[in-house]
Write a protein that binds this ligand. Structure first.
Ligand SMILES: [Zn+2]
Length: 60
């Protein structure tokens, strides 16, 4: 499984901290910090999100 950054669409997130407030993730590619991330089993999802291919094909 990979964690996708909702801001830049790259799988460059790492866990900043976790606790009673929930897990906070930070992105190494941009300035995103937060607890909302996109979880995916598909390593290519980041590319598809960036290029919009998933919307074109409608494949799930
Ligand atoms: Zn990012």
């Amino acid at each position: 499984m990979v964690l996708i950054c909702p801001q830049c669409g790259k799988a460059t997130l790492y866990l900043e901290t976790g606790g009673v407030m929930g897990d906070i993730y930070r992105c190494k590619n941009c300035t995103y910090i937060g607890n909302f991330v996109i979880e995916s089993d598909d390593d290519d999802l980041s590319d598809e999100l960036r290029e919009g291919k998933r919307m074109e094909t409608g494949k799930y």
